[in-house]
Design a protein around this ligand. Structure first.
Ligand code: C2E
Ligand code: CA
Ligand code: CA
Ligand code: CA
Length: 279
């Protein structure tokens, strides 16, 4: 045990160094990513299985790093949040998604909202409302065609301030969704007060909905609650027929997931808008 000590210690610090080094690489890379044109968006359709139409598109961020390759958002979003890079990056995402949606609309290809993920760090920046107003003005996108995806935890800290920001966004005509719903701690009261348009049931509940009674119960409860509060509800991460028929039986008709389409590159969206077959 005695000679274990220094070895263990060295091993530990080496592992730590690697971790710190990786984070620094990501941090520095993210600072440069915008200027170097390494970021791009992919789009995933949201479909209504009862009307057979695409009801929206979610914009999802991708980072093509020159050495690391395609870095997934699960690796870099948190780093961007902690280092502050998420603020300029988030603004770029908003501008790019809205400009693209407007382009599709002008070409007569799209008449549904574009959904954009908003980080809590970005949302809490002074002037977030003004940024949204400016982006809509600059791109010419009608506010009803922008849906902001927010998380529960964002809404619960500093609720009064959040409430006033959400109210202004609603008055602007922007749509609001709560992302990953069920993983946070929203109370019914908050949901009413915040006047969001939509709940997105988190993929972790949808995954085993057809085989796990607990997940089935939670999903059913969320769907009923949404209906009772007059909110739209969408199920995320639908991959198979079994999940789909469960959701259909519970009257949850708006769905997003690999079953219909993975997120696709910008030049494949038009094709998708025509080709997604819904039944
Ligand atoms: P999210 O907002 O919950 O987005 C849904 C994630 O689930 C996406 O992962 C999507 O590709 C994936 N997904 C969709 N359908 C399926 C399915 O059927 N099966 C499985 N296994 N996965 C599915 P992605 O694109 O890797 O994004 C991960 C997370 O990163 C997002 O989760 C979101 O929290 C964050 N993110 C992505 N883009 C942005 C962005 O522009 N800004 C911010 N702040 N966060 C973003
Ligand atoms: Ca989302
Ligand atoms: Ca989600
Ligand atoms: Ca998620």
């Amino acid at each position: 045990a005695k000679e274990d000590g220094p070895n263990k210690f060295r091993f530990f610090t080496e592992a730590m160094n690697v971790e710190i080094l990786e984070r620094l690489t990501l941090e520095n890379g993210l600072r440069l990513a915008l200027d170097r044109d390494e970021l791009f968006l992919v789009y995933q359709p949201q479909v209504n299985i009862s009307t057979g139409t695409i009801t929206g598109l979610e914009a999802l961020l991708r980072w093509q790093h020159p050495q690391l390759g395609l870095v997934p958002p699960s690796t870099f979003i948190e780093v961007a949040e902690n280092s502050g890079s998420i603020v300029p990056i988030g603004e770029w995402v908003l501008r790019t998604a809205c400009a693209q949606a407007k382009k599709w609309q002008d070409a007569g290809l799209l008449a549904v909202p574009i959904a954009v993920n908003v980080s809590a760090v970005q949302f809490r920046q002074q002037g977030f409302r003004e940024l949204i107003r400016e982006v809509l003005h600059d791109t010419g996108l009608d506010p009803q065609y922008l849906e902001l995806e927010l998380t529960e935890s964002l809404l619960l800290t500093n609720a009064d301030v959040m409430f006033s920001i959400l109210q202004d966004l609603r008055e602007m005509g922007v749509k609001l969704a709560i992302d990953d719903f069920g993983t946070g701690y929203s109370s019914l009261g908050y949901l009413r007060q915040f006047q969001v348009n939509r709940l997105k049931i988190d993929r972790s509940f949808v995954r085993d909905v057809a085989v796990n009674p607990d997940d089935a119960a939670i999903t059913t409860a969320i769907i009923r609650m949404a209906k009772a509060l007059n909110l739209e509800v969408l199920a995320e991460g639908v991959e198979n027929e079994a999940q789909l028929s469960f959701l259909r039986a519970q009257h949850c008709y708006v769905i997003q997931g690999y079953y219909f389409s993975k997120p696709v590159a910008v030049d494949q969206v038009v094709e998708k808008l025509r080709a997604v077959s819904i039944k």
